[in-house]
Design a protein around this ligand. Structure first.
Ligand code: CO8
Length: 260
């Protein structure tokens, strides 16, 4: 299926989705959310894909936020529905059966930061800019940003970013624990693809279990989290991939994971 607002490709067990609305710095509109939603369904259903990378087409922006032109024409009720739609699509990234990496190549403002935060981790170009400037528009973040940012960097840092609407650099985002690695801009995609390649060499069944356990355990007490881990561990022990992985170690060869 071809899309107009995103570019969706796959190679070597890695899916790549590029936000692609160059005239609006890849801003998120209704069409983009619909297309992203469909692409994510394809990613989830494709047993060959073991990791997803999200980035922005072009050099300037990852995503410069929700489309302010579209937003300005919405009634409050339409705006609320749009916010829910964005939340649902970003939750879909969070609940994919495979890890998602954000490769933030430029402006990641408002909905752009929120998209990156829905991924499992973020690598950023040294030129990347993060921020939740919705307050400067008389709004608040509406695609899960207040919740994910606070959980990731702590409530006080999140409060400061949301209340001031000020942008932060990639380096500051790294220091906040929001970004895992800052790269020279020309090295960003190679660095991300290298990490994606390592992840893609692992088994899809254990990647899914690991992702689910970390996600589901984040907001519960430690004991409950350990029980969640224990249940998932039992399931991965019963998988073909676990038999293959342990056999390959003992036979001193590389495992061939099938994702079952
Ligand atoms: N929406 C629509 N168009 C945009 C957006 C956007 N978010 N950002 C940039 N554009 C357009 C510009 O209007 C401009 O178009 P044109 O050439 O036709 O005038 C083009 O992209 C290039 O942008 P600039 O000329 O502004 O480029 P600069 O390099 O001067 O500035 C910036 C780049 C700093 C990124 C600047 O464009 C900017 O500040 N953009 C807006 C950033 C922003 O405020 N984002 C938050 C949006 S609100 C949001 O994300 C809410 C999420 C929750 C919503 C809940 C649902 C209701």
């Amino acid at each position: 299926m071809s899309f107009e607002t995103i570019i969706f490709t796959k190679e070597n067990n890695i899916a790549l989705i590029q936000f692609n609305r160059p005239k609006a710095l890849n801003a998120l509109n209704n069409q983009l959310f619909d297309e992203l939603d469909q692409a994510l369904d394809q990613v989830a259903a494709d047993a060959d894909i073991r990791v997803l990378v999200l980035t922005g087409a072009g050099e300037k922006a990852f995503v410069a936020g929700a489309d302010i032109v579209e937003l300005s024409r919405m009634t409050p009720l339409q705006g609320k529905k749009f916010s829910r739609k964005g939340q649902n699509v970003f939750s879909k990234i969070e609940n994919l059966p495979i890890p998602a990496i954000a490769a933030v190549n430029g402006y990641a403002l408002g909905g752009g930061s929120e998209a990156a935060l829905a991924c499992d981790f973020i690598y950023a170009s040294e030129k990347a800019v993060f921020g939740l400037p919705e307050i400067t528009l008389g709004l608040i973040p509406g695609f899960g940003g207040t919740q994910r940012l606070a959980r990731l960097v702590g409530t006080n840092r999140a409060r400061e970013m949301v209340f001031t609407g000020k942008n932060i650099t990639a380096q500051q985002a790294y220091e906040f624990g929001m970004v895992n690695q800052v790269c020279a801009s020309e090295a960003l995609m190679d660095t991300v693809m290298k990490t994606a390649g390592v992840i893609a060499s692992r088994g899809r069944a254990s990647l899914r279990a690991a992702k689910e356990v970390i996600h589901n355990g984040t907001n519960v007490d430690l004991e409950t989290g350990c029980r969640i881990e224990n249940d998932a561990f039992g399931l991965t022990m019963a998988s073909e991939d676990a038999k293959e992985g342990t056999a390959a170690f003992l036979e001193k060869r590389k495992p061939q994971f099938k994702g079952t």
